[in-house]
Design a protein around this ligand. Structure first.
Ligand code: GLN
Ligand code: ZN
Length: 772
């Protein structure tokens, strides 16, 4: 019989119950017993849901109070020294996750430990806590592993439970050397033997507790692996295969792409089953089927764990039938491509959404239905699920034919995009002269990245508009007052290029999405970003149309208040794409170009209204990079083209800025250069000077504003500190190319600290001007 299972389920809960419980615990409103009982209930509800939907096996151990990679570290005793003096259990766990500050009491000294580092989980928007390894890291299985308790819980409910572990090789690859361990001498795979001892002990205990299959996630197998990493796999899995007196079966899962050249490696391993991602990489099925050993099972990742569209079940069945023909039903599992952690809980609550579009969506709960239908069709014949299959085909057809997804004018424009639309009229040298003549800016010109503090008042104003307590006009009056205050503030501080402050925007993507056709918003489509924090990505379902200007009123109003140049603020096409769920019925590139055309029109409108400077933010351009190096160039080609399409429809005298943050940009430097923005403001104040030497090495000639104020912290950098930062910058960059600005937008900061920091920033720029 073909069985069905998901690799993991969203942990946050239909109503974000996990958030309420954990944050209640942090604030002292919820005690430990309530917290543990609450998450226990939540786990059970999610297992039951999977079983009730008809799935044969439920994953156990994928849920977490904060992060499953942190859980793995705690499971094996990988606790950095600075947390070891804390109470083991929840106190140490949450301190690792988010830091801990506690004043001294009579009996205990003060505690002040920062959180561990957080990083993006592969190419998702989920962030994991980066494990820290000592040179000779010891691994010690926890006394009472949480996963054993959860296995017992699930089994007590009569469920077929499959524990989920992060595999040892991926785990080592995701970590980094602890503080004080030199990166050069650190060999992570030297830790493997000791780590495997702990894994074997755990597998033995899981077997004794009744586990028959264990799911071991090795997503690193879809990456380009070093020789050392490749060599670690056979060593690791030979040892793990012997665990549980060889009674235990291991399902090794790969996801987020194709195993590609790691297939030979994978099929050498003594494992009982393999899972592959057929949503992102359906083309790998034949090769995998051919490479599979005689008794190995294959779990087919057919239902997309990374997107929110209903599956094409007919297509999924074609792939599954191929597997069944070769392996027989008993060796085939139908599954989600990855954990369902990356999609929202259910569409059931989306009552306000346009019904036609809602019908096209499948969140995690609806994906369970799809898995059950696939298994039934394979086991009992398609007639057993005729209605579900017909309905699925009807929806696919309706979506393909819907006038909601197709806009003839947008498509016509896409067809008529010319090569000249990816280029400014002249080279930077001549633009620079024209912009200088127009703007007359001093050397070391100062500006900000766009947003100013979003106070409670601003958020309340938005809430009042949303709830209907305020009319659109009342809200507009409020926003105008905010803009005026922000403009006057910047004039007083002495900045050179001003902004309107973005007080009308809740989020830099959502704001534009709400003004564009082709976007829809869910009410409860929350997805975990880190810990209890969730995001609600907008959904791009159709061709993009800009019915009217989106930022013109506020920007023109702001410019009317001042004789200083006003900078219009837009979000770039790649960032809009990257932070949304994107339609799957056309290449991402086409969607990016449609967004770019809408932004290009906005840029033209701003220019026509006399706005002399326009910034198009692309903080997410690097995170769109494919997981495999070989795919980078193709992505960067269209991503940069999309930016150029959005930004080049202006005269030479209009100054285009872009802004980037959140990552290390050295490896995409030539792409940044090709973007040809007149000014790039870029996060820099925390990073070393590598970035700057990259600008130097690539003889970057346009203006650059490396941030000298870290806006992620409430700290106010002193004049001295920023001066030092700037002198270091000027070691690498010519004086006349440098702008002076913060690292990113100021929306999370408070006015007093912003005032102090920007006052210092302007003082530093002025002092330098006098010297130069
Ligand atoms: N203009 C945006 C702001 O200032 C940029 C935000 C970002 O880069 N993430 O808020
Ligand atoms: Zn930024």
């Amino acid at each position: 019989m073909v069985t069905a299972s998901a690799l993991g389920f969203p942990r946050i809960g239909a109503k974000r119950e996990l958030k309420r419980l954990v944050e209640g615990y942090w604030s002292g409103k919820t005690d430990t017993a309530e917290l543990l009982d609450g998450v226990h209930q939540l786990r059970i509800r999610h297992w039951r849901l999977q079983a009730d939907k008809g799935l044969d096996t439920v994953p156990v151990g994928d849920a977490s109070l904060y992060d499953h990679v942190l859980d793995t570290s705690v499971l094996f005793g990988v606790v950095p020294v600075r947390y070891q003096s804390l109470q083991p259990g929840l106190e140490a766990y949450f301190a690792m996750a988010r830091g801990l500050q506690r004043p001294a009491t009579e009996s205990a000294p003060a505690i002040d430990v920062p959180a561990m580092e957080m990083k993006k989980w592969f190419d998702t928007n989920y962030h994991y806590i980066v494990p820290e390894f000592e040179q000779n890291q010891a691994f010690q299985l926890a006394d009472e592993p949480k996963i054993l308790a959860e296995l017992a819980e699930a089994r007590a409910l009569g469920l077929q439970a499959r524990p989920v572990l992060l595999g040892p090789v991926s785990y080592l690859l995701l970590g980094k050397p602890a503080r004080g361990v030199s990166a050069a001498s650190f060999d992570r795979f030297a830790l493997l033997p000791a780590l495997l001892v702990a894994y074997v002990e755990l597998l033995d205990r899981l077997t004794a507790a009744g586990a028959t299959w264990v799911q071991i996630d090795e997503p690193a197998l879809v990456l380009d692996l070093s020789d050392a990493a490749r060599a670690a796999y056979p060593i690791a899995y030979r040892q793990l295969a012997a665990a549980g007196q060889s009674k235990l079966r291991l399902l090794l899962t790969t996801y987020f792409g194709s195993v590609g050249n790691n297939l030979d490696l994978l099929t050498q391993l003594p494992i009982h089953g393999v899972h592959v991602d057929l949503a992102r990489a359906p083309e790998q099925l034949d090769a995998v089927l051919n490479a599979l050993g005689a008794d190995q099972h294959l779990s087919l990742g057919l239902i997309n764990g990374r997107n929110i569209w209903k599956a094409n079940l007919a297509h999924a069945l074609t792939l599954a039938r191929k597997a069944v023909a070769k392996l027989g039903t008993d060796r085939v599992i139908v599954s989600s491509s990855s954990s369902l952690l990356h999609v929202p809980h259910s569409t059931a609550g989306e009552t306000a959404m346009d019904a036609e579009i809602r019908d096209w969506l499948a969140f995690a709960t609806e994906k369970l239905d799809e898995l059950a239908v696939l298994a039934k069709a394979l086991n009992n014949g398609e007639d057993a699920v005729r209605d579900a299959l017909d309905d699925n085909a009807r929806v696919a057809q309706a979506r393909a034919a819907s006038s909601r997804t197709h806009n003839p004018e947008t498509q016509r424009r896409l067809q008529t995009v010319q090569p000249s639309m990816f280029k400014r009229q002249t080279a930077f040298e001549s633009r620079r002269a024209q912009q200088q003549a127009r703007l007359k800016l001093p050397r070391f010109a100062t500006t900000t990245v766009g947003s100013f503090p979003q106070t409670r008042e601003v958020r309340q104003a938005r809430a009042k508009l949303r709830k209907g307590e305020w009319t659109q006009d009342e809200y507009a009056v409020f926003i105008r007052a905010e803009i005026e205050r922000t403009v006057r503030f910047q004039e007083r501080i002495g900045l050179d290029v001003l902004v309107h402050g973005e007080s009308e925007r809740n989020d830099m993507v959502e704001f534009f999405g709400e003004s564009l056709q082709g976007y829809v918003f869910s009410q409860g489509g929350w997805v975990s970003s880190y810990g209890t924090r969730c995001v609600k990505p907008p959904i791009i379902y159709g061709d993009i149309v800009r019915p009217k200007p989106m930022t013109l009123d506020e920007t023109v109003y702001a410019q009317s208040l001042t004789s200083l140049p006003m900078k219009g603020m837009l979000t770039g096409p790649i960032t809009c794409l990257q932070w949304s769920f994107v339609r799957d019925d056309q290449p991402r590139r086409d969607t990016a170009f449609q967004l770019a055309l809408a932004i290009r029109d906005e840029v033209s409108d701003l220019e026509a209204a006399g706005i002399p400077v326009i910034q198009i933010d692309e903080p997410a351009i690097r995170e769109g990079l494919p997981l495999r190096r070989a795919d980078w160039d193709a992505y960067l080609a269209w991503a940069v083209d999309a930016f150029l399409l959005s930004s080049t429809g202006v005269s030479d005298a209009t100054q285009i800025h872009t802004h980037m943050c959140y990552s290390d940009f050295n490896d995409i430097f030539s792409a940044i250069k090709r973007m040809d923005a007149d000014v790039i403001t870029i996060e820099n104040s925390r990073s070393d000077l590598k970035l700057l030497s990259a600008f130097e090495q690539h003889s970057y000639t346009n203006w650059i504003g490396p941030g000298i104020y870290d806006i992620h912290s409430p700290r106010v950098p002193s004049v001295e500190e920023m001066k030092e930062r700037l002198s270091a910058i000027l070691q690498f960059l010519p004086n006349d190319l440098v702008w002076v600005n913060p690292d990113c937008g100021l929306k999370t900061r408070g006015w007093p600290e912003v005032e102090a920091a920007l006052t210092n920033l302007v003082a530093v720029a002025r002092a330098l001007r006098e010297k130069a």
